[in-house]
Design a protein around this ligand. Sequence first.
Ligand code: ADP
Ligand code: MG
Length: 315
Amino acid sequence: MKNPLSKQILMIALGGNALIRKGQTGTIEEQFVNLRLPIRQVADLADDYRIIITYGNGPQVGNLLLQQDCCHAVPKLPLEILVAQTQGQIGYMIESTLDSELLIQGKNRDIVSLLSYVVVDRDDPAFARPSKPIGPVYTREKAAELSFPTAETPKGYRRVVASPRPITIVEKKEIKKLIDQDFIVICCGGGGIPVTREGRTFHGIDAVVDKDLASARLAREIGVDLFLIATDVDGAYRNFGREDAELLPSLSPAEAQKYLDAGHFGEGSMRPKIEAAIEFVEHGGRKTLITSISAISRAVKGQAGTVVTLQPLQP
Ligand code: ADP
Ligand code: MG
């Protein structure tokens, strides 16, 4: 067996669509079946990298919130608790699917899922301007009748909640120790449970941190080499949604920033991925890959997706 420390650290951030695909109702059976596609590719990579898996919870946490709105028989739970619930739920689904895939491939690796807190600033301006889309998609007419704030996204109208910037991942030291011993670590689910720090205590706060920004922060804090963001499009596009849309195969942080400033990337969706990609490579990361969940293996080989790196590939 290779010395784990000789292997590069690969972080894979799985989008909500790894579990719920466009057009599906999102039953648990569907979610387990969908997970096999990305997780099989993670298992393929398990011998060559130390691996961290992070994951989003947008569709799931939005659905839980909706379930609460429908039931008045029991007390309502704050958003921070719903984030913790989805962290556990999806962590279990990823861990058990990965366990099965490793077994099928005859690989023996230890896996651990970790509850993760992420520290945010209670004065973050995001609390005054909900921007993170969660839960199901509504038509314009339906959205106008709802009691909570919604915003138009490329997928349709969705509920939006506050999404403050992540400052630090509380369990970073534990995560680093575990990956250095070759555990596959599943963490930072749903962007982490948002907490504020007062002296030596933590307090949960109503928000959903973007999982790409939280992942980039953790990646930087523990010295990840390769950061892969797996989502439901094959990469970052310029002029997304227009007839002249074009996949951007390779970007330097400066080029990525230029497209960001020109408004090419959707708020709360592709924008945080690009911001995360820039943050990671500007703080010691080798490269960030943005690709679809079906192309994880090909993207690692440089054959798919958008790569953000300090030394962009020559065309
Ligand atoms: P995830 O759950 O993977 O984080 P998101 O919905 O947050 O998924 O982000 C992916 C979505 O970003 C795509 O489905 C697409 O609709 C949207 N998007 C916005 N701008 C762009 C762009 N410029 N290029 C590609 N996708 C974009
Ligand atoms: Mg997202």
